[in-house]
Design a protein around this ligand. Structure first.
Ligand code: NAD
Length: 462
């Protein structure tokens, strides 16, 4: 695979300050496919300086011009969508059709939505005798994970560009090639030098240097709750803005009036997609006692059908971690009805689609984020019991409710402590705010709510 031997800073690829590198491995066959430079504090400093120097001019650009650049970026992503899908498949392992539809397709939608919002957003409003201006926050330090490598980048960079901010991106170490491809797309789209900068590197080195840099005004982080907590503390101590998109352990609540077969089928597919490496996956399926056995049979059947259609996990560490969680589930008394901890292939970081029955709410597999293709079926006695279980984790990122009647599902969803709920399999909406209650995060991404994260207000009184 093609890789740049440098950082994209101030509109050009330039050599890293040090000689350290990161090997990029294809998780489907464990072969190294490329290497990229592992940047450090010096590279981050150069990138932040470039972003700061570019800020006044970009912040003063008319919103229509920023919209035009984001639309051009969307067009480059469209033109290069096959290359994007192939790159994500090579470094993340996702099956090619999934990479084409989701890993390449969703960022195109999101970039398009911000081209529209940059043009239409009310950056100025009258409030009584005041005019309130929405101004860019400044230099953004963006730190992203590997699970949806391009989506996570676009969900930060597109609204930041729309707001008039400049950006330094530190992508995940497992998926730097997609980030390099994105930097090429930004360049091709004619975004001025210094507005977007890329530094590849390790989290505790380059990531930490970015989060701590005093030239950064907002740190926007997506990743684990453990690292998010640290970044929040660093930002808090420096009194700088922070947005955190963290982990989840979402509930898929199937009320007795629902279409059970559909709810279970969609629920299993939701967890198995991207090999379970989705922060918002509905990894706990809550089923009424009267329908529990039938749901277990349906879920086992749905998981068994996956066969070779599921990709590997991203790396050896995640592979060991997820298999460890499955072993823990068995040890705590959950009943395996599909899959298991054994690696299904000799090569590649594969885990079989796994379904646990007889899971109780306090078990580790029902409380901790596994980030693998594992779904746990939990029995409830009545609606209050279901709600207690659904809300009974430290997370609150997403969820689903199924019922015969939409109003019944909505009434239940309104009682859930979570940021996003799909009603009877509702479709993804790139304009709807996405983000967590409780320890799933601080702030929202996507749509106008996501844009507002990159703005601060100034009021003039007359
Ligand atoms: P991670 O927290 O280990 O890494 C995320 C990013 O942070 C990477 O770029 C990494 O290099 C960087 N990083 C690591 N240590 C750092 C440090 N000390 N300082 C600064 N940066 C550092 O997470 P991961 O394993 O890459 O991703 C999986 C996690 O991300 C899961 O918990 C998942 O739920 C979460 N996630 C959340 C969302 C969301 O929108 N809420 C989306 C995707 C993933």
């Amino acid at each position: 695979m093609k890789a740049h031997d440098g950082m994209y800073i101030d509109g050009a690829w330039r050599p890293a300050a040090g000689r350290d590198t990161i090997a990029v491995v294809n998780p489907a066959d464990e072969q190294a496919i490329a290497e990229v430079p592992a940047g450090g504090a010096e590279d981050i400093d150069a990138a932040v300086r470039a972003a700061r120097a570019a800020l006044p001019a970009w912040a003063a650009t008319a919103p229509a011009e920023r919209a035009a650049r984001i639309a051009a970026l969307r067009d480059v992503l469209v033109a290069r969508k096959d290359e994007i899908a192939e790159t994500v498949t090579a470094e993340l392992g996702a099956p090619l059709p999934f990479s084409q539809a989701v890993h390449a397709g969703v960022p195109i939608l999101v970039a398009g939505s911000y081209a529209g919002l940059a043009a239409s957003y009310a950056f100025e409003e009258k409030v009584g005798n005041s005019t309130v201006y929405a101004e860019p926050v400044g230099v953004v330090g963006a730190i992203t994970p590997w699970n949806y490598p391009l989506h996570q980048i676009v969900a930060k960079v597109a609204p930041a560009l729309a707001a008039g901010c400049t950006i330094v991106l530190k992508p995940a170490e497992d998926t730097p090639l997609t980030a390099q491809l994105f930097a090429e797309a930004v360049h091709e789209a004619g975004v001025p030098a210094g507005v977007f900068n890329l530094v590849t590197g390790l989290g505790p080195v380059a990531g930490q240097a970015l989060a701590e840099h005093e030239g950064v005004d907002l740190v926007s982080f997506t990743g684990s709750t453990a690292v998010g907590r640290k970044i929040g503390a660093t930002a808090g101590a420096a009194v700088k803005r922070v947005a955190l998109e963290l982990g989840g352990k979402s509930a898929n609540v199937i009320l007795p009036s629902a279409d059970l077969a559909k709810a279970v089928g969609v629920g299993v597919a939701n967890v198995m997609g991207n090999s379970g490496q989705t922060c918002s996956a509905w990894t706990r399926m809550l089923v009424h006692a009267s329908q529990y056995d039938e749901a277990v049979a349906l879920a086992a059947e749905a998981a068994a059908k996956y066969g070779d259609r599921i990709g590997p996990l991203v790396n050896a560490k995640q592979h060991a971690r997820v298999r460890g969680y499955i072993e823990r589930g068995v040890a705590e008394g959950a009943r395996l009805v599909a899959g298991g901890p054994e690696a299904p292939r000799e090569q590649g970081y594969f885990v079989s689609p796994t379904v646990f029955a007889d899971v109780t709410p306090e078990m580790t597999v029902a409380q901790e984020e596994i980030f693998g293709p594992v779904v746990s079926l939990i029995r409830y006695e009545d609606e209050d019991d279901a709600l207690r279980i659904a809300n009974g984790t430290v997370y609150g990122l997403a969820g689903a409710v199924w019922a015969g009647d939409e109003a019944e599902a909505v009434a239940f969803a309104r009682r859930m402590d979570t940021g996003q709920v799909d009603i009877n399999g509702g479709r993804f909406n790139p304009l709807a705010p996405f983000g967590g209650y409780k320890q799933s995060g601080v702030g929202r991404e996507l749509g106008s709510h996501g844009l507002a994260e990159y703005l601060q207000t100034k009021s003039l009184q007359f």
